[in-house]
Design a protein. Structure first.
Lengths: 558, 524
């Protein structure tokens, strides 16, 4: 088939993703992976469980086995990040506002504010800080899982408004990201941010609000793919169970107001076995009925476990689930989630250590999310950000790269709606939704900026150091080895020898045929690193090479 | 002759009144009257095609001295072209061409070829990489510049590119490189002014038109999706494709000649109506350290094939342009990063050298040979090089002034200093000038410009963090004029240049994800 018809065939297949694909016919299950443990496997594991595979992390995990590497990723030892800091001023803040008591560079999360501008500045501080946490992530799956839960329990900081709620909600996600699903759902149900975002605080016996009750079932636990399913009446009834919860902004906490609670009995549909939750009164009624409601929902354990596992699978592996994968991967993982009493870690362990995860068909098939693209690029090229000595400058740079994510349609803290980002649920496009005529050029603009001009603020510049990057490889003086090493690190689909040779010739050798021209240029630089001419010769060529590879469509895959 | 004298003598010629339809008009001073008379439209825009001969071309076997043939033959007996086989040039018995350059011979005889002897620069560099960078940036031998000369010129014409482009005035890329990597020549002070394409119908990043097939796996499926979007969204792909599709018939080009393939694309895009000013094409293989010629017949072999490919490609390109009716719009030049040694080596080849001749071709060239044949010593040693008669930057400056009709301020901003003007373009070429229409929104500017001590810098920000830097031509930051958050709007800053030396500086505006660069000139 010539290229044109091949590409056309590809276009057709994109439109047909809902039908069974001939391309994905899996034959691997959850047996522990016992195959080779080389750079290639390490990079695959790291690109999926962290943001990008940094050279240091690759080297580190290469010395472990597949199983030990996953154990380490799943058991973070680094302390939780310190909270976001005040990086804004109080120029328009009313003099009575408590925010004045927070000094610059101190955290604002313990201090109430009534001022809208301060709230807005705090939300920006929070988003910048979060980007910083991801950029500085430890060797664990924690940040990928925190973002997973943010996508799962999607809330929008701008809608919530109160920045302390936003941070508290976020901390809940991170603290529980490798914990118990049911515990997390319970905490979410009375979380001040969630009570604000899905109107739980407005849900009273006289005016029930169904918003949270619906999403609790449709998006957070059961999913809507499992028909037959809960009924509309179940949504209304669950809303009555959840009446009475309110927020106290001063205390930064929710509380139960028994006077607002619906004390009548709640009768559910046959889907839930016509279960009745007895109406209760008093201060403990809210907690008691909530527990009963969640016990009832989680009693639909097959549906809930399959739904949660499917979400995890689409986050870490691929979106298309063929019959074999359903039977041999999804269902056994769902059983594991149930038998482990809703602990998520054993499920991740089983999946990430499996033959299925390392199956060749599951490699390189994710289109990087914008955050993966941005944080991954900065980490893989070891872009140096300003250090903590000047938090204000640090936050400016973190916010700069965060804004690129927003331009590419992934604004952390503010997903498009309660369903999260479409790339993880929208048939038939899934990951492909990230890439369109608006976002694709922006991805290239971002990588071009980081490769060529960098970004400068307060005299601090973030930019890729191409020479330092080349030095992380074993033999940068040999253009063949260097191109192969760089391509293997940057791209999950191998570049053919023909293309590697052409890139070597066109870029590293400036059109010449003899490898020693590059070797001599590299050696000349190493021999005298202060020589600006020698430096510039290798720097320019490395920059062209890396920029070129980052502009390849292949670079968008992980 | 001193450069100053030379310029003062040649400048009047460039602004001599010329007679068009009985009216006396001054070239170089575009007026509504002139525009109306010349019926200026997009098709009068001038195009420059640069042919890079990669590897260091052996100029001495390309343009061969007939008047001191014995010395030539003596210095390189194992590769010398036999005297009888040298192609003769009409009206010139001192200089000839390599025997496989019959195409260029006929162009010369038709008055469409200019040969400039011994082009180089002081203190030549013998490294491919460094010498290539020098030619592309138009720097001194020991000066490092971060932008290309054509990129600087195009940046003057199309300020702020690519921000605000394509637009109504300029809907096409300012420069096009046929190939996979955009050359340093086309790098402007802020952004590359060029776009690389490998064919007239395929526009996104491909190495020499090659691309690994997408595998029949999930990864292949996702890759195909990204590639599809990448193809659809490549900037200017629509206009380039539309231009190419307007041209359904072209002249005959030789087969198996990569340079001809590239020039064919250029002819198609020029005829198709692109306003692109500069095209770059390349041909490699000139690094002929060994087996430059066939030992049995020095008129054949590797270098002979290269000479034939260059000559055939240019001739068929010129014929095609003529057939398409656009030959008057196009001027071409060849260049190579250096010439080769006078004396051949024992591997039947030549090592890295210094100055070499180059060609300028087109119906608007001043035909002939500029300069004299190089001096060849009687006992040429392995270290003997051809010294330059003309600085390569004089060619650029001449093309800018007489082909792109650049004014003195532009010339200064692009070339960074004064260079000798050479008589390579017909004096009438700039009577058809289409004045540069500035396109794109100017977000940063300064007044006065040029300035002596200080100047006011005005910039427009969309709000948020805004950085204004002054950089020198080496790309070093001289000072940050501001580096803080702003509300949206226009602001003016004062720049005091203090003890900084006179010359070109760049203002760089960075506002969140957007950046623009503008040149300014400090004079004494």
């Amino acid at each position: 088939m010539d290229r044109r018809s091949f590409l056309n065939a590809g276009q057709q297949s994109v439109e047909q993703t809902s039908s069974p694909s001939i391309m994905r016919s899996m034959a691997s299950g959850l047996q522990p992976y016992n195959g080779a443990w080389t750079k290639s496997e390490v990079i695959h594991l790291l690109k999926r469980t962290m943001f990008g595979a940094s050279q240091k992390d690759i080297t580190y995990f290469l010395s472990k086995g597949a199983s030990a590497a996953v154990d380490e990723l799943l058991n973070p030892v680094a302390p939780m990040p310190a909270p976001p800091l005040k990086n804004y001023t109080n120029t328009t803040t009313p003099a009575t506002d408590a925010d004045f008591s927070v000094a610059a560079g101190q955290t604002w999360v313990d201090t109430y504010t009534a001022d809208g501008t301060v709230q807005s500045n705090r939300r920006t501080s929070f988003r910048s800080w979060w980007m910083g946490v991801m950029l500085n992530q430890d060797r664990s799956i924690r940040e990928k899982m925190t973002l997973f839960w943010h996508n799962h329990f999607a809330t929008e900081a701008n809608d919530i408004g109160t920045a302390r709620y936003v941070y508290k909600h976020h901390k809940l996600l991170r603290d529980n990201c490798l914990g118990n699903v049911k515990t997390l759902v319970r905490a979410m149900s009375i979380d001040p941010a969630m009570l604000t975002y899905l109107n739980g605080q407005l849900n009273t016996r006289t005016a029930p609000d169904e918003n949270y009750a619906r999403e609790l079932q449709e998006l957070f636990t059961l999913g809507k793919e499992n028909d037959p399913n809960y009924t509309e009446d179940d949504v209304k009834t669950a809303a009555r169970v959840l009446t009475g919860w309110r927020n106290d902004a001063n205390k930064n906490a929710s509380y139960f107001d028994a006077t607002r609670h619906d004390t009548t009995d709640k009768v559910f549909s046959s889907f839930y076995g016509n279960r009745v939750i007895k109406g209760k009164t008093g201060a403990a009624a809210g907690d008691a009925e909530l527990d009963e409601l969640l016990d009832m929902i989680f009693s639909k354990s097959v549906e809930v476990s399959r739904y949660i596992v499917t979400r995890l699978y689409r986050w870490f592996v691929y979106y298309e689930i063929d019959a074999y994968t359903k039977a041999n991967v999804i269902d056994p993982l769902a059983a594991k989630l149930r038998s482990g009493n809703w602990e998520v870690k054993p499920v991740l362990s089983m999946l990430l250590k499996s033959e299925h995860f390392h199956d060749a068909l599951n490699q390189g098939c994710q289109i990087k999310s914008p955050v993966d693209m941005i944080v991954g690029l900065c980490r893989e090229f070891d872009v140096i950000f300003p250090d903590a000595t000047d938090h204000a400058v640090q936050y400016v740079h973190w916010n700069y790269v965060r804004n690129w994510g927003a331009l590419m349609q992934q604004n952390i803290g503010d997903p498009p709606d309660v369903s999260g980002w479409k790339a993880y649920y929208q048939l038939p496009g899934f990951y492909g939704i990230w890439i369109n005529s608006d976002t694709y050029p922006k991805r290239n603009q971002f990588s071009d900026t980081m490769a060529v001009s960098g970004y400068t603020a307060s005299s601090k510049k973030i930019i890729i150091d191409h020479i330092a990057y080349a030095k992380t490889f074993t033999n940068p003086g040999d253009p063949n080895v260097l191109i192969s090493d760089i391509a293997d690190h940057m791209l999950q689909l191998p570049l053919s020898p023909t293309i590697r040779n052409q890139l070597k010739r066109d870029i590293l050798l400036s059109g010449q045929d003899q490898d020693y021209y590059w070797t001599n240029a590299w050696n000349a630089h190493i021999a005298n690193v202060a020589d600006q001419t020698a430096l510039r010769i290798v720097q320019k060529r490395l920059q062209d090479l890396i920029k070129y590879l980052m502009n390849l469509p292949e670079y968008q895959l992980a | 002759m001193k450069r100053r004298n030379f310029i003062s003598q040649i400048l009047p010629a460039a602004v001599l009144p010329s007679l068009i339809n009985g009216y006396s008009v001054r070239a170089m001073s575009p007026s509504p009257l002139l525009d109306a008379m010349m019926n200026l439209a997009a098709e009068t825009d001038h195009v420059l095609v640069m042919i890079q001969m990669n590897g260091g071309n052996d100029g001495l076997n390309m343009v061969i001295p007939r008047d001191n043939y014995a010395l030539y033959q003596n210095a390189r007996s194992n590769i010398a072209i036999p005297e009888s086989r040298i192609l003769k040039l009409a009206g010139n018995d001192r200089t000839g061409l390599h025997p496989s350059m019959t195409g260029l011979q006929s162009l010369y005889n038709e008055g469409k070829l200019s040969i400039i002897q011994a082009v180089g620069y002081p203190t030549p560099n013998f490294s491919h990489f460094r010498a290539t960078d020098i030619w592309m940036t138009a720097s001194d031998s020991r000066q490092i510049l971060n932008s290309g000369w054509a990129g600087r010129y195009l940046d003057e014409s199309f300020p702020n590119y690519p921000t605000g482009y394509p637009n109504a005035t300029m809907g096409d890329p300012p420069a096009i490189q046929i190939g996979s990597i955009t050359s340093l020549t086309l790098q402007g002070p802020g952004a590359s002014m060029g776009m690389s394409i490998t064919s007239a119908t395929s526009f996104y990043n491909l190495v020499n038109g090659m691309q690994d097939p997408a595998p029949n796996t999930p990864a292949g499926k996702e890759l195909t999706h990204v590639r599809t979007v990448a193809r659809q969204t490549t900037q200017f792909s629509t206009t380039i494709k539309a231009a190419a599709e307007k041209v359904t018939q072209q002249g005959t080009y030789p087969t198996g000649n990569a340079l001809a393939d590239q020039l064919k694309i250029v002819a198609r895009l020029v005829k198709g109506g692109l306003k692109t000013r500069v095209y770059m094409v390349t041909i490699g293989g000139f690094d002929t350290h060994s087996v430059q010629v066939s030992a049995t017949d020095t008129t054949t072999g590797n270098h002979a094939n290269l000479m034939k490919n260059v000559s055939d490609a240019i001739k068929s390109f010129m014929d095609d342009l003529k057939g398409l009716g656009v030959q008057d719009r196009v001027l071409g030049m060849t260049f190579s990063e250096f010439g080769r040694r006078i004396k051949s080596n024992s591997s039947v080849g030549t090592d890295h050298g210094a100055a070499a001749p180059l060609f300028i071709f087109g119906s608007n060239v001043q035909p002939g040979v500029v300069g004299k044949n190089p001096d060849i010593p009687g006992n040429a040693s392995v270290n003997d090089n051809i010294p330059h008669q003309y600085d390569y930057r004089s060619i650029y400056a001449s093309l800018l002034q007489h082909w792109f009709c650049a004014d003195n301020a532009t010339l200064q901003a692009v070339m960074l200093k004064n260079f000798q003007q050479l008589p390579v373009v017909k004096n009438t070429a700039c009577s058809n000038i289409n004045p540069n229409i500035l396109a794109g929104e100017r977000l940063i500017s300064n007044y006065p410009n040029p300035f002596t001590a200080s100047t006011s810098v005005t910039f427009k920000t969309n709000g948020g963090h805004t950085l204004v830097q002054v950089m020198d031509t080496l790309g070093r930051v001289v000072t940050n004029l501001t580096d803080r958050d702003y509300a949206p709007g226009s602001y003016t800053l004062h720049f005091d240049s203090g003890n900084m030396p006179a010359g070109i500086y760049y203002l760089r505006l960075q506002n969140e994800t957007m950046q623009q660069v503008k040149s300014m000139l400090k004079v004494r």
